[in-house]
Design a protein. Sequence first.
Length: 160
Amino acid sequence: MRLKKTYSSREVASLTGLTARQLQVWDAGGLLTSTVPSHRTAAGGYTERRYTPIELFELLVLADLRRRGFSVQQLHKILQVLREQFGQRLFDATGGGGSVQLLTDGRDIYARTSSGAFFNLLKTPSQPLLVVGNEGLLKELSGKVRRTKRKKKGTDHADA
C-alpha cells in the first residue's frame, strides 16, 4: 500500500471495514478525530474529513478491537490510559516504536513497558501485574488493512 499525505473518510472506510457513519460517530465522540475536520462549503454541502497515515493506522487497530468485541467505551479507556499514564498514542504502542507495547488475550488489553512491566489497561491500569509463566496466549496488537469488497455494476444478485 502506497502511503498518501491524507486519506478521505471514504478511503479510510474502505481500508478499515468501518462505515462512514462509524467514522462520523467516533470523530464526534472524540474517540479519534480527523486532522482535517468536515466543514460546510459555500455551496451548502460539506467537505470530507481527512485522516493522516498515523490516524489511519490507529483506526485499523481500533476497528480490529471493535470486531473482537471490545466496546467503544473500552476503546476510549485504552486511548485515555495510554495518553495519561504512559504518554503514548495508540500508533506508538502498536508499531510506532513507543516505550509501551499492547497485547491482548481476547478479553483484556495489556501494556508491556520496555522494562517488562505489565498493566491491564481495562481493569487496573495503574497497578503492575505479576506475570507468571509464558506470554504465549497474548497477541500483539497491530493495524491490518481490510479492503471491503465492492459490488460490480450490473451484477447485483438477490441473496438466497
